[in-house]
Design a protein around this ligand. Structure first.
Ligand code: FMN
Length: 181
Protein backbone atom coordinates (compact mmCIF):
# COMPACT_ATOMS: atom_id res chain seq x y z
CA UNK A 1 0.00 0.00 0.00
CA UNK A 2 1.43 3.40 -1.01
CA UNK A 3 0.11 6.70 0.31
CA UNK A 4 -0.55 9.49 -2.14
CA UNK A 5 2.08 12.24 -1.78
CA UNK A 6 1.50 14.44 -4.82
CA UNK A 7 0.91 17.59 -2.79
CA UNK A 8 4.09 16.88 -0.80
CA UNK A 9 6.10 15.37 -3.64
CA UNK A 10 9.12 17.59 -2.93
CA UNK A 11 9.34 16.09 0.59
CA UNK A 12 10.05 12.70 -1.00
CA UNK A 13 13.37 14.19 -2.12
CA UNK A 14 14.35 15.03 1.46
CA UNK A 15 16.30 14.98 3.73
CA UNK A 16 18.37 17.62 1.98
CA UNK A 17 21.63 19.27 2.88
CA UNK A 18 20.94 22.62 4.57
CA UNK A 19 22.92 25.67 3.46
CA UNK A 20 22.80 29.29 4.58
CA UNK A 21 23.06 31.70 1.69
CA UNK A 22 24.30 35.22 2.30
CA UNK A 23 23.50 38.09 -0.03
CA UNK A 24 23.61 41.86 -0.10
CA UNK A 25 21.81 44.70 -1.86
CA UNK A 26 23.20 47.58 -3.92
CA UNK A 27 23.15 49.84 -0.86
CA UNK A 28 25.16 47.29 1.12
CA UNK A 29 22.24 45.83 3.12
CA UNK A 30 23.30 42.31 4.14
CA UNK A 31 21.01 39.30 4.62
CA UNK A 32 21.01 35.51 5.07
CA UNK A 33 18.50 32.82 4.10
CA UNK A 34 18.38 29.13 4.97
CA UNK A 35 17.81 26.78 2.05
CA UNK A 36 17.39 23.07 1.68
CA UNK A 37 17.06 23.33 -2.09
CA UNK A 38 20.54 23.69 -3.56
CA UNK A 39 22.89 21.51 -5.57
CA UNK A 40 26.10 21.42 -7.58
CA UNK A 41 25.50 21.50 -11.33
CA UNK A 42 28.87 21.71 -13.15
CA UNK A 43 32.48 20.66 -12.45
CA UNK A 44 34.07 22.93 -15.03
CA UNK A 45 33.39 25.74 -14.62
CA UNK A 46 32.28 24.97 -11.07
CA UNK A 47 28.61 25.92 -10.77
CA UNK A 48 25.93 25.55 -8.12
CA UNK A 49 22.22 26.26 -8.14
CA UNK A 50 19.93 27.54 -5.40
CA UNK A 51 16.14 27.64 -5.46
CA UNK A 52 14.58 30.72 -3.86
CA UNK A 53 10.91 31.77 -3.74
CA UNK A 54 10.26 35.26 -5.21
CA UNK A 55 8.62 36.53 -2.02
CA UNK A 56 11.85 36.08 -0.02
CA UNK A 57 13.70 39.31 0.70
CA UNK A 58 16.90 37.48 -0.32
CA UNK A 59 15.40 36.95 -3.79
CA UNK A 60 15.32 40.69 -4.43
CA UNK A 61 18.85 41.19 -3.06
CA UNK A 62 20.31 38.40 -5.23
CA UNK A 63 18.50 39.80 -8.28
CA UNK A 64 19.85 43.27 -7.49
CA UNK A 65 23.54 42.41 -7.27
CA UNK A 66 23.82 38.97 -8.92
CA UNK A 67 26.02 37.65 -6.13
CA UNK A 68 25.59 35.23 -3.23
CA UNK A 69 27.62 32.97 -0.94
CA UNK A 70 26.60 29.41 -0.08
CA UNK A 71 27.74 28.78 3.51
CA UNK A 72 27.79 25.23 4.88
CA UNK A 73 26.72 24.93 8.55
CA UNK A 74 27.34 21.95 10.81
CA UNK A 75 24.58 20.43 12.91
CA UNK A 76 25.74 22.69 15.79
CA UNK A 77 24.17 25.64 13.94
CA UNK A 78 20.71 24.01 13.82
CA UNK A 79 19.12 26.78 15.95
CA UNK A 80 20.63 29.62 13.95
CA UNK A 81 19.78 27.92 10.63
CA UNK A 82 16.16 27.56 11.76
CA UNK A 83 15.98 31.19 12.95
CA UNK A 84 17.43 32.46 9.66
CA UNK A 85 14.88 30.35 7.81
CA UNK A 86 11.92 31.51 9.91
CA UNK A 87 12.18 35.32 9.84
CA UNK A 88 12.58 37.79 7.01
CA UNK A 89 15.57 40.10 6.83
CA UNK A 90 13.22 42.86 5.68
CA UNK A 91 12.41 43.46 9.34
CA UNK A 92 15.59 42.50 11.21
CA UNK A 93 19.33 41.95 11.06
CA UNK A 94 19.82 38.18 11.06
CA UNK A 95 23.46 38.48 12.10
CA UNK A 96 22.39 40.41 15.21
CA UNK A 97 19.54 38.02 15.99
CA UNK A 98 21.65 34.86 15.68
CA UNK A 99 24.99 36.21 16.90
CA UNK A 100 26.69 34.78 13.79
CA UNK A 101 29.75 36.63 12.51
CA UNK A 102 29.91 38.17 9.04
CA UNK A 103 33.36 37.89 7.45
CA UNK A 104 34.85 39.33 4.30
CA UNK A 105 34.43 37.17 1.21
CA UNK A 106 37.40 36.79 -1.15
CA UNK A 107 35.77 37.88 -4.43
CA UNK A 108 32.11 38.85 -4.02
CA UNK A 109 30.47 41.58 -1.90
CA UNK A 110 28.12 39.53 0.34
CA UNK A 111 29.82 38.37 3.56
CA UNK A 112 30.62 34.79 4.51
CA UNK A 113 29.39 33.35 7.82
CA UNK A 114 32.55 32.70 9.85
CA UNK A 115 30.97 29.91 11.94
CA UNK A 116 30.20 27.84 8.82
CA UNK A 117 32.78 25.28 7.72
CA UNK A 118 32.77 25.92 3.97
CA UNK A 119 31.90 28.74 1.60
CA UNK A 120 31.16 28.91 -2.13
CA UNK A 121 31.17 32.45 -3.52
CA UNK A 122 28.90 32.66 -6.56
CA UNK A 123 27.97 35.05 -9.37
CA UNK A 124 24.60 34.50 -11.03
CA UNK A 125 25.11 33.15 -14.57
CA UNK A 126 21.47 32.40 -15.28
CA UNK A 127 18.10 32.80 -13.62
CA UNK A 128 15.27 30.34 -14.36
CA UNK A 129 11.69 30.56 -13.09
CA UNK A 130 10.21 27.24 -11.99
CA UNK A 131 6.66 26.85 -10.61
CA UNK A 132 6.88 29.02 -7.51
CA UNK A 133 10.65 29.32 -7.07
CA UNK A 134 13.54 30.83 -9.00
CA UNK A 135 16.70 28.93 -9.77
CA UNK A 136 19.76 31.13 -9.40
CA UNK A 137 22.47 29.26 -11.26
CA UNK A 138 25.76 30.55 -9.95
CA UNK A 139 29.29 30.28 -11.22
CA UNK A 140 31.49 29.53 -8.22
CA UNK A 141 34.24 32.16 -8.27
CA UNK A 142 35.88 31.18 -4.96
CA UNK A 143 35.45 28.20 -2.62
CA UNK A 144 37.21 27.24 0.60
CA UNK A 145 36.68 25.12 3.71
CA UNK A 146 38.03 24.62 7.23
CA UNK A 147 41.12 22.42 7.15
CA UNK A 148 39.89 20.02 9.85
CA UNK A 149 36.65 19.20 8.05
CA UNK A 150 37.82 19.07 4.42
CA UNK A 151 40.86 16.80 4.15
CA UNK A 152 42.04 15.06 0.97
CA UNK A 153 39.37 16.90 -1.05
CA UNK A 154 36.49 15.24 0.84
CA UNK A 155 34.35 16.22 3.80
CA UNK A 156 35.23 14.21 6.90
CA UNK A 157 31.75 13.40 8.29
CA UNK A 158 33.12 13.08 11.85
CA UNK A 159 34.19 16.72 11.72
CA UNK A 160 31.77 18.24 9.23
CA UNK A 161 28.55 16.87 10.78
CA UNK A 162 26.33 18.30 8.04
CA UNK A 163 22.79 19.42 8.75
CA UNK A 164 19.97 17.79 6.78
CA UNK A 165 16.32 18.86 6.60
CA UNK A 166 13.29 16.57 6.29
CA UNK A 167 10.69 19.38 6.23
CA UNK A 168 8.99 21.59 8.87
CA UNK A 169 11.28 21.60 11.96
CA UNK A 170 12.61 18.06 11.43
CA UNK A 171 16.36 17.83 10.93
CA UNK A 172 19.01 15.13 11.03
CA UNK A 173 22.72 14.65 10.44
CA UNK A 174 24.73 11.83 8.84
CA UNK A 175 26.28 9.02 10.84
CA UNK A 176 29.98 9.64 11.33
CA UNK A 177 30.93 6.65 9.26
CA UNK A 178 31.89 6.39 5.61
CA UNK A 179 30.08 3.53 3.85
CA UNK A 180 31.56 2.16 0.62
CA UNK A 181 29.69 0.10 -1.97
C1 FMN B 1 15.38 24.35 6.89
C2 FMN B 1 14.77 25.38 5.97
C3 FMN B 1 14.93 25.24 4.60
C4 FMN B 1 14.40 26.20 3.72
N1 FMN B 1 14.59 26.04 2.37
C5 FMN B 1 14.16 27.01 1.52
C6 FMN B 1 14.44 26.92 0.12
O1 FMN B 1 15.08 25.98 -0.36
N2 FMN B 1 14.00 27.93 -0.68
C7 FMN B 1 13.32 29.01 -0.19
O2 FMN B 1 12.95 29.91 -0.95
N3 FMN B 1 13.04 29.13 1.14
C8 FMN B 1 13.47 28.15 1.99
N4 FMN B 1 13.22 28.28 3.34
C9 FMN B 1 12.47 29.45 3.85
C10 FMN B 1 13.31 30.71 3.99
O3 FMN B 1 14.55 30.43 4.61
C11 FMN B 1 12.52 31.73 4.83
O4 FMN B 1 11.34 32.08 4.16
C12 FMN B 1 13.31 32.96 5.21
O5 FMN B 1 12.68 33.58 6.31
C13 FMN B 1 13.43 33.98 4.07
O6 FMN B 1 14.18 35.06 4.53
P1 FMN B 1 14.32 36.44 3.76
O7 FMN B 1 12.91 37.00 3.55
O8 FMN B 1 15.13 37.28 4.70
O9 FMN B 1 15.02 36.17 2.47
C14 FMN B 1 13.71 27.32 4.23
C15 FMN B 1 13.55 27.46 5.63
C16 FMN B 1 14.08 26.49 6.49
C17 FMN B 1 13.91 26.65 7.97
Amino acid sequence: MKVDALSFATRLLHPRHVVIVTCSGREGKVNAITLSWSMPTSFNPPMAVISVAPQRYSHSLIEETGEFVINIPTVELIKQAFQIGSKSGRDLDKFKVTGLTPGKAKVVKPPIIEECVAHLECRVAKQVETGDHTLFIGEVVAAYADEEVFKNKLFNPKAAKPLFHYGLDWFTTVIDEVLKP
